[in-house]
Structures are given as C-alpha cells and as structure tokens.
Design a protein around this ligand. Structure first.
Ligand code: FMN
Length: 312
C-alpha cells in the first residue's frame, strides 16, 4: 500500500471523480468493490431536477444508504466549497448536505473549489478525511489545503473533462509542480484514460490517480447509452470550446453555444443523462480518442492498474 491507499483504505490509490448527474450508488459501489474509491457527485442517482437544500440533501441520503447496502468498502461524497468569504451557515446547500453526510457516517469528502477553513474544520471535527481538489490548481491553494488539514490534494490538468481550470496548464505541468510544493500526497487528474496515463502520472510524482471521463463509458455508469456511444466514436478533433470553462463534443447545442457571444455554463443533464443529444453538451477530457470500449468498472480498473506495484 502507498500513502494514498493507506489513507483511503483501498486496494489501489484510485478515485472515481464525482461528476454532476453522472454518478449513482451502483457505479460508486462497483468502483469501491473493485479496489478503488467511488464518489457520489451532485445529483447522484436521479435524472429529475429537484429544488431546495432539504430535498437535495435527503435525495443524497438515499443514495448514500444505497451505497452502504452495496459495499462495505470506502466511498466518498463531493462537497463544492462555498465562497471562502461566506459563512457555512449562510450556505444551506452545503450545510444541509454535510449534516446528512455526518448523520450517515460518511468518512471521505472530496472537497472541490477553494479552501474554506470553517468547512475543513467541521469535516475534521466529525472525523472526516478531506481530499481537496482546487478547481484551478494553484500552489497557494494546495499549501492552504495542507495547512488546514487536507489529507490528500488532487492536481488537475486542463486536459480534464467537466468544469475547466481558469488557466490552461496541462496535467504534465500541474502534477510535478504540486508534488514539489506540498508534503501530503498528490493525486493526478486530467486526461488519464488508460494504464499509460496512470503510469505517467506516477512517474511525475503522483501517489494516486483521480479519473472522471473514463468512468463515464462503463457498463455501470448512469450516462445515457447514446452519449457513451458518441464518446467512443469521437476523437479530439470533435471537441469544441463552448464557454470559458467548458468544452464539448460538437452537438447541435455545443455549436450554437460556441458561436454565441454569451458565456453560458451548461448543465450536463440533457445530453449526458437523458440522451437528448441535440439539447445539450457532452463534456469529456481531451484524450477521448483512447476511450474505445464500453467496459465493466471491474475490467476498467484492472486495466488501469495493471502495472501498479503494491509496495507494502
Ligand atoms: C461529465 C463530467 C462532470 C463533472 N462534474 C463534476 C462535478 O460535479 N464536481 C466536481 O468536482 N468535478 C466534476 N468533474 C470533474 C471531475 O471531478 C474530475 O476532476 C475530472 O473528470 C478529471 O479529469 P478526467 O475527466 O480527464 O478524468 C466532472 C467531470 C466530467 C467529465
């Protein structure tokens, strides 16, 4: 075991990244039962829109309970940080979600955004483990996270799928830059789709691997089959920038957004969850040409971690 798998209590130092609308208990438990750590993301386990902090956190409670029925291994939930100037009590979405997570004895928190000291303190007070991923990876954020008690940080390159960092530094830049500046373990993320990427990230000094896009194209993923097929059939020449922080495969909607003068952040539900391809965007990492097959989570993890050597 290395430092990351010791902290996560997993066979492999591997996390399935939270992805809005695109995780559920089935996928998360499959990851956790295959040696990695699954993480429930926003809107986990449902395809309909619901409103209000109470309804949203209770919906997450149901999904957490389902995960616990399907696995006894480690799993996590995603917390998007409030603005660091905002008090936790002022953000009902985050405070209600945390309350439910503590009641359900969730141990691992994938905290994404900017370091929020009050949030870090509360998670630690409730014996939670913090895996922190700054949306834009800066040394200042990594150092603050270490100072305030994160156990692991995630360095994400611009190659990633999902909401992009504000600067365009690639994974090959952010992993070594981060490793050189903090003493807690660093997980590498962004564009890692097969064992070549996994091995490269370890060579750059990462002690763990954090993967989103590739898990979308698994049998257990709740992404719509049409979107899975589209990713399999596409390569990087099919990608287009739809806003400052999102890229997409060229769907009808993506082309409209790319040609619009407005910078609109798109919800992933229409195309990716519901399969209404024309109505939405399909965000995925720049390495999508290497996503060629729909695999079971178990087979994917086996392939990804084939060369990983357990040094315990
Ligand atoms: C479809 C999609 C949705 C995502 N949604 C979220 C999210 O809701 N919260 C979050 O912290 N990260 C989100 N991400 C980013 C991932 O957590 C992760 O950082 C990223 O997927 C890693 O890069 P990769 O996609 O190249 O593996 C999303 C990524 C994708 C592909």
């Amino acid at each position: 075991m290395n430092r990351v798998s010791k902290i996560l209590k997993t066979k492999y130092p591997l996390i399935q990244a939270p992805m809005s609308w695109l995780t559920d208990a089935k996928m998360v438990a499959a990851v956790s039962n295959s040696g990695g750590m699954g993480v429930l993301g926003p809107n986990a386990g449902r395809s309909e829109i619901i409103h209000g902090p109470k309804n949203i956190s209770e919906s997450m409670r149901k999904e957490i309970i389902k995960v616990k029925q399907l696995t006894s291994n480690s799993f996590g939930i995603n917390i998007n940080t409030p603005d660091p100037r905002e008090l936790l009590s002022e953000n009902k979405y985050v405070s209600e979600l945390l309350k439910v997570a503590f009641e359900e004895e969730v141990k691992f928190f994938v905290v994404v955004g900017s370091v929020h000291k009050e949030l870090f303190d509360l998670i630690k007070k409730n014996n939670g483990v913090i895996i922190f991923r700054p949306l834009t990876p800066t040394i200042e954020q990594f150092k603050l996270a270490e100072k305030y008690g994160a156990s692991i940080v995630v360095a994400t390159g611009y190659d990633e799928g999902g909401v992009l960092p504000e600067h365009s530094f690639g994974t090959f830049t952010v992993i070594p830059n981060t490793v050189d500046e903090v003493s807690i373990p660093v997980m590498g993320a962004g564009g890692i789709n097969d064992k070549r990427g996994v091995n490269a990230a370890f060579d750059l000094g990462a002690e763990g691997i954090y993967i989103g896009s590739r898990f979308l194209v698994t049998k257990e993923s709740p992404m719509n089959l049409k979107a899975k097929q589209m990713i399999i059939e596409s390569d990087s020449s099919d990608l287009i920038s739809v806003s400052k922080t999102q890229r997409s495969i060229k769907t009808k909607k993506a082309l409209q957004l790319a040609n619009s003068k407005f910078d609109v952040a798109m919800n992933l539900r229409p195309a990716m969850r519901l399969g209404e391809i024309d109505q939405g965007i399909i965000t995925v990492n720049t390495g999508l040409a290497t996503i060629k097959q729909l695999l079971s989570v178990k087979k994917l993890i086996k392939n990804l971690m084939e060369d990983f050597e357990d040094v315990s």
